[in-house]
Design a protein around this ligand. Structure first.
Ligand code: GLU
Length: 418
């Protein structure tokens, strides 16, 4: 999917074959085993990855995901999207991604700590503040980042807060980092609504996912006056997704009181709180103005794209890669305005960059300063993409790709690589 998107745009811009070859595949990848002593005394071997797609513009940057369905191919695609994301936001960073095939639902904290430490032991010499800087992603958080940092500092002998971002506040983390991705999605939605001449407080929206991105996106969207009527989640007990609907509006705080640490809402309790519980795909077929896919990749597909109601004017991709190329074609043809993932969800990595800057200075900004800088960066990137899309009469995703690819191609050329 990532390569298909790249190929489509590479044809429309002037880049030579060598540059295409360079950017179409990751520069480096590490695959390794992580043996872990489990709480019951047995040893389990987990599979870990770090993929460095491109570092022409600066040290690699990107999260580490813990997921049972992780594969090296998803990590490859995600690393490539990180390159475009950092480039589009004009951050002096490249793109990387990491992962471990595991399900934290079934792991104790001690077992997760051992996976984190084991992951770092395998790649300690290949990551670093000036080489490649990890961060949280799906099912990883500040606690995981701190275990990883601690292991790295033990191996390297020193303090290196710039190794990793998404650290807890007070331990080198930045205020606003937790909120950054979700808030960032809504900053660009706010700008897009202005361009479309739609008043935010007259809109309704449906969200997919109730993890870190979605929780803060819903709150920010509600601050704009929008009405979130629907959110989907994952039931670990039933091993399937479901959707929560509330025509009076989703109450994030009440849902959080019945949500596990991975964003899984308890469907039974949600019903007791007065919400409707619908099938997993129901979020996409709501009569709303805005759709926010904020869960995983490959969620809007050829099969369900036809369920999107004619009222939908805007799709904001809070997740990485939620739309397959086939579904994307349909969205484009229907003229729905799209905020592509590596623009819409770039708030997380942008705040990670601010965290690095603060860690390097050992001087920390207020939350207001962080969020103001974040808003400026996101708003600027949005207008760059929108302007190019208008000027060249291309789809928003393609315009974002054009800007991002051109910058990385230019950096690779100036370094004399191609
Ligand atoms: N995992 C987040 C993303 O996909 C953040 C990455 C980072 O902060 O480096 O953008």
């Amino acid at each position: 999917m990532a390569q298909k998107q790249f190929d489509k745009v590479a044809k429309q811009i002037e880049i030579d074959d060598a540059t295409k070859d360079l950017l179409r595949n990751p520069m480096r990848e590490y695959h390794f085993n992580i043996p872990v002593k489990m709480d019951d005394g047995t040893v389990k071997v987990f599979r870990g990855f770090r993929v460095q797609h491109n570092d022409a513009r600066g040290p690699g940057k990107g999260g580490i995901r813990f997921h049972p369905d992780e594969t090296v191919d998803t990590v490859r695609a995600l690393s490539m999207w990180m390159t475009w994301k950092c480039s589009l936001l004009d951050l002096p960073l490249g793109g990387s991604k990491g992962g471990v095939i595991c399900d934290p639902h079934n792991l104790s904290n001690r077992e997760q700590e051992n996976i984190c430490r084991g992951w770092v032991r395998q790649v300690a010499r290949n990551i670093g503040p000036l080489q490649d800087v990890p961060a949280p992603d799906i099912m990883t958080n500040g606690a995981h980042m701190l275990w990883m940092l601690d292991e790295y500092e033990t191996i390297m002998g020193g303090k290196f807060p710039g190794l990793i971002t998404g650290k807890p506040v007070g331990m080198g983390g930045s205020l606003g980092r937790t909120e950054a991705t979700g808030y960032g999605v809504v900053y660009v939605v706010r700008e897009a609504l202005k361009e479309l001449g739609i008043q935010a407080n007259k809109t309704q929206a449906a969200f997919q996912g109730f993890g870190n991105v979605s929780q803060y996106a819903i709150r920010k969207y509600q601050e704009l006056g929008g009405k979130a009527i629907c959110v989907s989640s994952w039931s670990q007990a039933d091993q399937k997704a479901f959707t929560i609907k509330n025509n009076a509006g989703i109450d994030v705080d009440s849902l959080l009181s019945i949500t596990d640490r991975f964003g899984g809402i308890n469907p039974q309790k949600a019903k007791e709180l007065g919400n409707e519980v619908l099938p997993g795909d129901a979020w996409i077929e709501q009569d709303v103005d805005i759709l926010f896919p904020c869960a995983l990749e490959n969620q809007i597909t050829e099969k369900n794209v036809t369920k999107i109601k004619s009222r939908v004017r805007l799709i904001a991709e809070g997740a990485n890669g939620p739309t397959t190329p086939e579904a994307d074609k349909v969205i484009h043809e229907r003229g729905i305005y799209l905020l592509p993932d590596f623009l819409a969800n770039a708030g997380g990595v942008t705040c990670s960059y601010f965290e690095q800057v603060q860690s390097n200075m050992n001087y920390y900004w207020t939350k207001e300063e962080v969020l103001e800088k974040l808003d400026q960066k996101m708003t600027h990137a949005y207008h760059e993409v929108h302007k190019l899309a208008q000027k060249r009469k291309v789809y928003m995703r393609d315009a974002a790709y054009m800007i991002a690819i051109n910058r990385v191609a230019q950096a690779s050329k100036e370094r004399g690589w191609v």
